[in-house]
Design a protein around this ligand. Sequence first.
Ligand SMILES: *Cc1c(COP(=O)(O)O)cnc(C)c1O
Length: 513
Amino acid sequence: MKYFSTRGEEEKYTFREVILKGISSDGGLFVPEKIPPLTPEEINSLLSMNYHELVFYIFKKFEIDFADDEIKELIEKAFEKFDTPEVAPLIHLRNGLFLIELFHGPTSAFKDMALQVMPLFFEASLRKLNEERKSKNLPGVRYLILVATSGDTGTAALEGFKNREKIDITVLYPEGGVSDLQELQMITQDGKNQHVYGIKGDFDDAQNAVKYIFTDEKFIKKLDSLQIKMSSANSINWGRLLPQIVYYIYSYLTLLKKGEIRAGEEINITVPTGNFGNILAAYYAREMGIPIKKLICASNQNNILYDFITTGKYDLRSRTLVKTPSPSMDILISSNLERLLYHLTENTQKIRKWMEQIKHEGFFHVDEETQDKISSLFSAGWVNNDTTLLNIKKIYTETGYLMDPHTSVGELVAESYIGKQKDNRKMVVASTAHWAKFGVDVFKALHGYPYNASDIPEIKGLSGVEIVRLISRETGKNIPQNINTLDRRRMIHTKIVEKNPEKIEKEILKIMG
Ligand SMILES: *Cc1c(COP(=O)(O)O)cnc(C)c1O
């Protein structure tokens, strides 16, 4: 199976090639030339598989260019650091609403589901590339992974790429735009190949800097002369999306196994959404044939996707990013939307036009036909900051389950969809982070403080980790090991840089020697 760009570049590439490239040279995102179907009988035959086996099966469906043994070996290794053999447990919260917990990996957020897998396939692809180059008497290449993060991606990418051969990873995060725990998770990373910078700006500034650097011809030439290539670990990389499709299929199979649904019965899925990667993976699962009726896109106060899904207009002009307790969704430009628009239109010219418009005018409006398709597939909702926190307390009080703020946004949008649409299909909500990653806001929630409360006597003077321990004592809930040990680790990466991409390029040249 080959992949090609959403913006019409002629050439097609294999999985190994697209995972290394990350983004197409015309600025587009890689999409598969077909989405492999799963027949109803086939879906039944998957019921006996464990998570690893299912990943293998789906990777084979997408015909990735690796030998079977090698795929199996990499998948085994990928899930070693998860704290449960189930990998992604499905919890019945209440009344036909389920949470698929995607935070059992080493950094306690759903990004691990893909970023424990993708770097291994990346490293293996690079090894093969260098073998091919060697046989042609060409020098070997090194890779620089450049990542913009609103918090969780950075940590998960650093963890995934830690000490991978011939690969360096550089992460840019908005200084002050991530939680103190997220920041600690990043700046205490002790791999030999890891570089982390806070930048003076917001997530979109970080993402824009990365986009600029990726397309800066002069800089690319300079790196080329040093036998260095660049790629991305953001969800624009197809290697991120593929592993994410698996857990939506897995959640469907788990519902079947538990007897919650009959074969062929439709379910709905709600995803707390930022860059549109996670919900797009659910879309691919649906296109493959998993009976999913609606994909429900849940936003926080940065509700540009809500507006887009309900009106067909993507409008940045009157918007500025606001801070929320779900910072991993604080995004105005949702990159993966481009892939969805391609699949709905199959028209690379249209995609190019819309992407040019958003870039230069801050606005695009899809045609009616595309909008109708979006409305039939998707529903959307959003939740403000204080309601997000109130819902954490409400669900904890009513069910004993403690959610993080991202999951709270998803849960609330799911409930409101069920209430409004009177749709009683089983609902799966993606639970994207462990509560302990967002301790301060979870504390505010449990103690009835509003989001913008600043003077909270109970936690005055406590560090992020100490607050998490306090919550744990109060609720009896466990803290993941990686978070509980954070304040014993050394802070290594403490450099803050300007958001100016050229300054960042200079830093990169320094570290890559
Ligand atoms: C990244 C992230 C999201 C958003 O996922 P997208 O794929 O960017 O839509 C939601 N919740 C958490 C905890 C995340 O880390």
